[in-house]
Ligand binder design. Structure first.
Ligand SMILES: Nc1ncnc2c1ncn2[C@@H]1O[C@H](COP(=O)(O)OP(=O)(O)OP(=O)(O)O)[C@@H](O)[C@H]1O
Length: 330
């Protein structure tokens, strides 16, 4: 039987002040990377703490690999990197990971082999003997990742794993997570770094005020709104109205001149002479081919055709716009 890595049914935590998270129902399959998004105070950490067995739900139920949350069987399968952590600063990084290995009941010979490997993997190989009090925030976060992986977990909960890291560190952590995913480890990622979610996660859910607002496959969310850009030569306004009339599609001269493209290069709407960018909203990829041939038939030169993706940030902002985020308010 294929048991999901996480199955939560109407999981609810209501703190004494009425905050927390409410009726969260999700399933995460084995080997999936799942992104959990939401504004500050939405309830993401609360949800993860319940799954990790650190706080008790007020109502609802959840199981990890079929084992009820909070049980030893469930806990033995997980690694957890909490968002706010402070490690024993009088210990060395290596000693902190060793302490976690002992708490997980890992044999000394296994720990002796695994700890140096892990420290190397998270980029602390050369600083493992230094005391934690001499670690930067980014190094402490890497140390947290090593602790979360020490028991060779099947599922890792990562609460903002890159928040203290510089861009190089973020890229390195993303590479580590990609490697974990390739090894079939299930990843549950709380993150405000939407780019990480975009690159790594298969599915995601958006939490607001403790409740799931939206969820879906990352690939579908990114491709839902399909606008295409066409860089064309030989353009005239007459041809634009002709194309609109003959296709019935929304086509406009793209206002790219004030925007930056993905590489950060300023792109211009009037490239040279009559070369312009057009933007068309299409319903299917077939329409793009049809539009291409119509343009060529009308004597336009096609220099470039590209899909304009809806980035996750747009999706996120659109979902929460106009809603209250009481998590951070009094
Ligand atoms: N122990 C607690 N007692 C009372 N309220 C709490 C407690 N822990 C969290 N809260 C409140 O519950 C809500 C959800 O908090 P939580 O930390 O789960 O949000 P989050 O989505 O992880 O936020 P962030 O993105 O800022 O980390 C917030 O309003 C928070 O103030």
């Amino acid at each position: 039987m294929n048991v999901p890595a996480i199955q939560a049914q109407l999981l609810t935590k209501e703190y004494s002040n009425g905050r927390g998270c409410r009726d969260v129902t999700i399933t995460v399959e084995k080997g999936e990377a799942f992104g959990f998004l939401g504004p500050n105070g939405a309830g993401k950490s609360t949800f993860v703490k319940m799954l990790a067995g650190l706080i008790r739900p007020t109502s609802g139920s959840a199981a990890l690999f079929g084992h009820p949350i909070g049980t030893l069987a469930a806990k033995s399968k997980i690694g957890y990197l909490p968002e706010l952590y402070r490690y024993q600063e009088w210990l060395s990084g290596e000693e902190v990971v060793r302490l976690h290995a002992r708490l997980c009941n890992i044999e000394k010979s296994v720990a002796d082999r695994r700890i140096p490997e892990l420290l190397k993997e998270v980029g602390l190989g050369l600083r493992g003997r230094d005391r934690v009090k001499h670690y930067s925030k980014g190094m402490q976060q890497r140390l947290g990742l090593a602790c979360a992986l020490v028991n060779d977990p099947e599922l890792v909960f990562l609460d903002e794993p890159s928040s203290a890291l510089d861009p190089i560190g973020r890229m390195e952590v993303r590479t580590i997570l990609e490697r974990l995913k390739q090894r079939g480890i299930t990843i549950f990622l709380n993150s405000h770094l939407l780019e990480d979610v975009e690159v790594l996660c298969d599915r995601m859910a958006l939490l607001n005020n403790g409740e799931i607002l939206r969820h879906g496959k990352v690939s579908e969310i990114l491709n839902k709104r399909t606008s295409w850009h066409f860089k064309v030569g030989g353009f005239s306004p007459f041809l634009l109205s002709w194309l609109k009339n003959h296709t019935g599609l929304q086509i406009s001269q793209a206002a790219l001149d004030k925007n930056q493209d993905e590489e950060g290069i300023i792109v211009s709407s009037a490239i040279e002479g009559s070369t312009v960018w057009l933007e068309a909203e299409v319903e299917s990829d077939e329409q793009v081919g049809w539009l291409n041939s119509l343009m060529i038939e009308q004597g336009l030169t096609l220099y470039e055709v590209s899909r304009k993706k809806e980035r996750l940030e747009e999706w996120f902002l659109d979902a929460v716009s106009g809603l209250s985020h009481r998590g951070e308010q009094e």
